[in-house]
Ligand binder design. Structure first.
Ligand SMILES: Nc1ncnc2c1ncn2[C@@H]1O[C@H](COP(=O)(O)OP(=O)(O)OP(=O)(O)O)[C@@H](O)[C@H]1O
Ligand SMILES: [Mg+2]
Length: 328
């Protein structure tokens, strides 16, 4: 039996694609060892394979290669043992019964997990105010806003007090302050007891950085880096990170890449405003002057230029040569 809360061995998942050339490898040889007590993050761009991995670990999807174990049990051969020990909540999900009231819905889900009514009610009363959802307790689920529904879904997961909790994009589309409360509660929940483990996915790098003990950066089905947030950032070593906002620069990522000392560039352009944001990883500060000369020479006018601390996005840029495509 695996001593890890989550363990995967060479895990893979291939999807057949109708009318296309080859099959799609959504997960490709993923090896993870997540000990009990860890808050572990999966960070990656759209389509990286994060949800696919969560689905396999929560017994909703079969892998096509390799093995996965949750709380010591094989997720394929022992799915029945895994299910009572886990819970999963994903951002933007619409599960639930619109005609039930929030409190009824939460109680109903607790019953599916065999929590006694007394304990379930205690937990519901404790959690509703923490998630600022007391006022909606007697409201029908169908009437909740997106954010309120997400908070209710999270409470649903916490009521059952899973051993291993999977959160897929828990703060997707939520207000800044709601997202902050949720992040804090998640951290408190994991820290409170040493036998609780959380695996969460996000493409908000700030979220991953702030919350997680360790992070796996995943791209095109592969884990391309795995470490603590600070170790990942310091892997950039003496490189300097600059952010530049430019007006009227009509070019792709290639425009600055050949300048000596420029390690990686990611460009995010806004069509409407014509503004481009450049995230640059340079070997040292010295390369910035040539970058400025090149931008102005190409007709771009610089709106702002700042040296910055490396973020996880910069780690991603330096590994794959493009941005995550999302900011937070
Ligand atoms: N049931 C399916 N059938 C075919 N292809 C699928 C299926 N589920 C996922 N995929 C493909 O597998 C790849 C990985 O998808 P996945 O949902 O795991 O990405 P993700 O990292 O969760 O992305 P996002 O950040 O957008 O949620 C994508 O290219 C997706 O189109
Ligand atoms: Mg996803």
């Amino acid at each position: 039996m695996s001593q890890f809360a989550v363990e995967t061995k060479n895990l893979g998942r291939t999807f057949k694609r109708k009318g296309r050339e080859g099959p799609l490898r959504a997960l490709d040889g993923v090896n993870l060892e997540i000990p009990p007590g860890e808050l572990f993050g999966l960070l990656g761009p759209n389509g990286a394979g994060k949800t696919t991995l969560i689905k396999i670990l929560t017994t909703l999807l079969y892998p096509t290669e390799g093995n996965a174990f949750v709380a010591g049990h094989d997720v394929v051969k022992r799915a029945g043992q895994v299910r009572p020990l886990i819970n999963m909540v994903s951002g933007g999900e619409h599960a639930g019964y619109g005609i039930l009231k929030v409190r009824e819905q939460l109680w109903m889900f607790s019953q599916l997990y065999g929590v006694s009514t007394k304990i379930a009610m205690e937990r519901i009363d404790e959690l509703l105010p923490i998630f600022d959802l007391e006022e909606q307790a007697e409201e029908k689920v169908g009437k909740l806003s997106t954010g309120e529904r997400q908070k209710m879904n999270l409470i649903r997961g916490f009521i059952c007090d899973p051993k291993v909790f999977f959160l897929d994009e828990p703060t997707l589309g939520l207000d800044v302050h709601v997202a902050r409360e949720i992040r804090q509660y998640i951290q408190k929940w994991v820290r409170e007891r040493s036998d609780r483990t959380m695996l969460m996915t996000t493409h908000y790098m700030v979220e991953a950085d702030e919350m997680c003990d360790r992070i796996a950066i995943i791209d095109q089905g592969k884990v391309i880096a795995l470490d603590t947030p600070s170790a990942l950032k310091s892997s950039l070593g003496r490189n300097a990170v600059f952010r530049i906002e430019v007006d009227g620069l009509e070019t792709g990522d290639g425009v600055l890449a050949d300048i000596p000392g420029v390690s990686k560039v990611a460009v995010t352009s806004e069509k409407e405003t014509g503004l481009s944001r450049l995230d640059l990883v340079l070997e040292s500060d010295a390369a910035i002057s040539e970058v400025v000369v090149r931008i102005t020479g190409k007709g771009g006018s610089i709106r702002s230029l700042a040296k910055d601390e490396p973020t996880l996005e910069d780690v991603f840029i330096s590994l794959v040569g493009r941005g995550l495509g999302k900011d937070a």
